[in-house]
Design a protein around this ligand. Structure first.
Ligand SMILES: Cc1ncc(COP(=O)(O)O)c(C=O)c1O
Length: 402
């Protein structure tokens, strides 16, 4: 399997959807709120997909090719596993084994399944907070104990304190859920930070579930390091989760992968969660994901250049026009985590901006109970829409101050 990295990024203008086109979409982002609200919450991008992704889907549609699927003379799962391994090597220089890949529908499903496999009711699970809300829900639903690892603000960024975590865990703590890059803070963890997580996990004999869904949406110079790529010792206690759904904007196609750091981990998982229980993955999702990973790089380059511009434009305007707003520009993801504590808002900042500005951010309290003063903005949109978001924020805060 070859990966076409392409040389020239195509012009992003071709991929920007107009407000009219966005309103016609049937996705959650553009349908959850009334039409006068600008949605800036769920992690969908307002862009067309990569042309090779669309072509791969159209090929199946035109041929009405919807049977139980085979690709390249084998089960379609194998093609997906091979594309994942090739992509990891191309993107991160990590030699993953296609044999250790298991296709699943989505990362939340995979998180549930891994938690059920490697912990029991009442066991502790470490989770970075604030966090992607379904992680917390997974622990509540399965009766696991949340052990929070706070993303503290220090020196203009977010860091975690493993010494403090030492005082919080007990012998029944089994799992460390790592989200790297982290949603919602946008941190990309350094090798030192990841080595520290590994040392902690080794000391307490923890499985590391590493959600790396945002790994290809990085802006800075610090490279993403897949957790199993750290060392064989890291691989031996890691289940990595990834997909093309965030970086290539295809979350509705429901196709993701679990990667087990060793055959033993894969066997332990399969002994607990039979393959038939989670079922096989939709063939359109597999075709789209393989096309994205093998031919989507020129599109991704254009999108990343646009996202970097959008991030800088948004952060620049917010810093100059709302000096009371606190944030640290994200190193990755197209999500900006904002602290509105000093803006004079009573109650939930998310509710305030929805009701008074007509902007639908993600609410901070959904990422961390008590974080009503926070909101998360999705800046994967056009600059005019971003400008409208900022204009509306500024106007609502001005009228609130009167
Ligand atoms: C960190 C993280 N994990 C998982 C997901 C969702 O993945 P999926 O749709 O595959 O369940 C998201 C979606 O935004 C996310 O940010």
């Amino acid at each position: 399997m070859t990966v076409n990295t392409g040389n020239e990024a195509p012009d992003m203008a071709a991929f920007l959807l107009s407000p009219e086109e966005l309103r016609q979409r049937r996705n959650t982002k553009w349908n959850q709120f009334p039409p006068d609200v600008i949605p800036s919450f769920i992690a969908d991008m307002d862009f067309r997909v990569a042309p090779p992704v669309q072509a791969a889907i159209l090929q199946s549609v035109e041929r009405e090719d919807y049977g139980y699927q085979m690709r390249d003379g084998a089960k379609a799962d194998r093609m997906l596993a091979g594309a994942f391994a090739a992509r990891m090597e191309e993107a991160f220089g990590w030699k993953a084994s296609a044999d250790l890949v298991l296709p699943v529908s989505d990362l939340v499903q995979a998180t549930y399944a891994a938690i059920l496999t490697w912990s029991g009711p009442g066991d502790g699970v470490i989770l970075q907070v604030p966090n992607y809300p379904p992680f917390r829900e997974t622990l509540q639903t399965t009766g696991r104990r949340l052990i929070p690892l706070h993303m503290d603000e220090r020196d203009g960024t977010y860091v975690f304190d493993l010494d403090r975590l030492e005082t919080q865990i007990d012998a029944n703590t089994r799992i460390f859920v790592l989200c790297n890059p982290q949603n919602p803070t946008g941190r990309v963890f350094s090798r030192d930070e990841l080595e520290a997580v590994l040392a902690f996990a080794e000391k307490h004999d923890l499985l590391v579930i590493s959600d790396e869904i945002h790994a290809e949406l990085i802006y800075g110079d610090r490279p993403h390091i897949p957790f199993p790529a750290l060392s064989p010792a890291a691989a031996a206690r890691c289940v990595l989760l990834n997909s093309a759904t965030k970086s290539f904007n295809i979350p509705g196609l429901r196709c993701a992968v679990m990667y087990f750091g060793t055959p033993e981990l894969k066997a332990a998982y399969q002994a607990r969660i039979p393959l038939r229980l989670t079922g096989s993955v939709n063939s359109l999702g597999i075709d789209a994901t393989v096309a994205a990973w093998t031919q989507g790089q020129p599109w991704l380059d254009a999108v990343l250049a646009h996202l970097r511009t959008a991030r800088d434009h948004l952060c620049g305007r917010l810093a100059s026009e709302l000096p009371g707003l606190r944030f640290h520009p994200p190193e990755a993801t197209y999500l900006l985590w904002m602290d509105c504590s000093d803006l004079g808002i009573q109650g939930s900042a998310g509710d305030f901006f929805l009701d008074r500005a007509g902007v639908g951010f993600s609410r901070g309290e959904d990422f961390l109970p008590g974080a009503e003063s926070r909101v998360r903005c999705n800046f994967a949109t056009s600059l005019p829409i971003l400008d409208e978001i900022v204009d509306r924020m500024v106007a609502a805060l001005r009228s609130n101050a009167r």
